[in-house]
Design a protein around this ligand. Structure first.
Ligand SMILES: NC(=O)c1ccc[n+]([C@@H]2O[C@H](COP(=O)([O-])OP(=O)(O)OC[C@H]3O[C@@H](n4cnc5c(N)ncnc54)[C@H](O)[C@@H]3O)[C@@H](O)[C@H]2O)c1
Length: 272
């Protein structure tokens, strides 16, 4: 009988940021492959909408309201998941994003950077990944295996103008992904893995006005990105699904400490 290397059936996957644009496409896909989704999100209405969609397509999921930047909140969600599900297989940290206040606009310079917004963007993207890892790791250790998948960004390795805070926070995610991969494999064994996906440029609500005009044509920045992307297009959420499934499944059992770019070639292109 053929073995399905990418099998996800009955894997319990904790997923933060699942109600976002990329998170929703990813969580619907994982559920369609038989994984059980345990969704962490701030907004109960959005969680319920997603649970409804997952159940409508025959999937299994439950939701837990939780702000990933709040340690007590994260611990409460972890306790509930532990008592209801006993163990988990995968933790996906997709809650994140840029914040308008943390941007240095073209008419500003570094000295205009708003420090409170910078702290917020570091808190959401970095601490919002570290806290769930710290809270869920004991459950993985009890189960003697664990798989952590962080969501980074192209901005981590190719810092872009304007979004200094976001780029710095995602660079910290890349670094922490590698650090933790080494820490867990050397101290707890080869059954513990940590990887990240670095999406390139996906047209979503967060960046739509930055990349496109009201009539749908590209802004100067949108045009610069497309010109620098060998595949000459923005990513679509579905473009992430193959990499996602590979990293969540046992097909990637010997892969840890890796940041996989899904970017249409952006990071490989020097521009000449
Ligand atoms: N959209 C892109 O082009 C792009 C590119 C590279 C990386 N990313 C990253 O991919 C991930 C998903 O992005 P997206 O475009 O789907 O963003 P999105 O804004 O649509 O979704 C973000 C999700 O995070 C959740 N969230 C935000 N703050 C939270 C908090 N404090 N606690 C719990 N949940 C919280 C939101 O509710 C939402 O579900 C993010 O980490 C983002 O940085 C996106």
């Amino acid at each position: 009988m053929a073995i399905n290397l990418f099998d996800l059936s009955n894997k319990k996957i904790v997923f933060s940021g699942a109600t976002g644009v990329l998170g929703k496409a990813m969580s619907l896909h994982l559920a369609s492959q038989g994984a059980e989704l345990l969704i962490l999100g701030r907004n109960a209405t959005k969680i319920n909408e997603l649970l409804h969609e997952i159940k409508k397509q025959g999937g299994t999921a439950s939701g837990y309201t939780c702000d990933v930047t709040d340690w007590n909140n994260v611990c409460q969600a972890t306790e509930k998941i532990k008592s209801q599900h006993q163990s988990i297989d995968v933790l996906i940290n997709a809650a994140g994003g840029n914040m308008p206040g943390a941007v240095v606009r073209p008419d500003q310079n570094f000295l205009d950077l708003d420090l409170a917004s910078l702290r917020q963007v570091m808190d959401l993207n970095y601490m919002g990944t570290v806290l769930p890892i710290k809270a869920f790791l004991p459950l993985m250790l009890e189960n003697k295996k664990g798989n952590i998948l962080n969501i980074s960004s192209m901005a981590a390795t190719r810092p872009m103008t304007r979004v200094m805070g976001y780029a710095s926070a995602k660079a910290a995610i890349d670094n922490m992904t590698k650090w933790l991969a080494v820490e867990l494999a050397t101290k707890h064994g080869p059954q513990f893995r940590v990887n990240a996906i670095a999406p390139g440029f996906f047209l979503t609500e967060q960046n739509r006005t930055l990349l496109t005009e009201e009539d749908g044509s590209l802004t100067k920045r949108g045009n610069q990105i497309i010109t620098h992307t060998p595949m000459s297009r923005f990513g679509k959420p579905e473009d992430l699904l193959g990499t996602l499934q590979w990293l969540c499944s046992d097909a990637s059992n010997f892969v840890t400490g890796t940041i996989v770019e899904v970017d249409g070639g952006f990071s490989a292109y020097s521009g000449v």
